[in-house]
Write a protein that binds this ligand. Structure first.
Ligand code: IMP
Ligand code: MG
Length: 181
């Protein structure tokens, strides 16, 4: 039997940067903090597709307050390990965000370009508040200034996959986060 690339990676324990149990613990902490901060406000989480879908689903289930969810889809990587520097809107948000407490859920912040783009775009919809939560933030990769109000883990400037994060659309299904380069 031949192993495919995902199975091989899943077996290379030395490549694990953040384990599933560490992720689970952190998502619980973030959920608790966000539930306290947004009590009585019924926030709407905006998951950023594709990478943010697993984190968004897990975080959403840790919230103990009234809340809603919607999604936006953007692309900047075009199957590469580096941002193209050009952000494309692939799917618009459908919810009406005016007067709402909006919390954008990102998988990872690298150059900051995606957050900058989303910040401008969503602010123009006149939300009552606009904040960002990112599971990962790469250190030393920032090209534009951005604000992430909630951060799971600060990681070195390496390319990572798993828990929603891909390389050319693969490896999103891995439960741990792995270094690829
Ligand atoms: P930024 O616009 O450069 O901050 O990049 C943000 C987006 O690029 C993230 O939402 C990811 O989809 C993708 N990305 C950045 N770094 C990585 C990585 O190490 N692995 C997988 N995707 C990444
Ligand atoms: Mg993404």
């Amino acid at each position: 039997m031949q192993l495919d690339d995902t199975a091989k990676l899943a077996q290379s324990k030395e490549r694990i940067l953040i384990s599933r149990s560490e992720i689970g613990k952190k998502v619980k902490e973030l959920g608790k903090q966000i539930s306290e901060d947004y009590r009585g406000k019924c926030p709407i989480l905006i998951g950023v597709l594709n990478g943010g879908f697993i984190f968004c689903a897990d975080l959403f289930r840790e919230l103990t307050i009234d809340c809603e969810v919607d999604f936006i889809k953007i692309s900047s990587y075009e199957d590469a390990m580096k941002t193209s520097g050009h952000i494309k809107l692939l799917k618009e948000v459908n919810a009406h965000l005016e007067g709402r407490h909006v919390l954008v859920v990102e998988d990872i912040i690298d150059s900051g370009l995606s957050v900058q783009y989303l910040h401008r775009k969503l602010l123009a919809m006149n939300p009552a508040s606009l904040k960002f939560v990112s599971l990962l933030v790469k250190q030393g990769a920032e090209k534009v200034p951005y604000e992430a109000h909630y951060v799971g883990f600060k990681i070195p400037n390496r390319f990572v996959v798993g828990y929603g994060l891909d390389l050319a659309q693969k490896y999103r299904n891995l439960a741990d986060i792995y270094v690829m380069d």
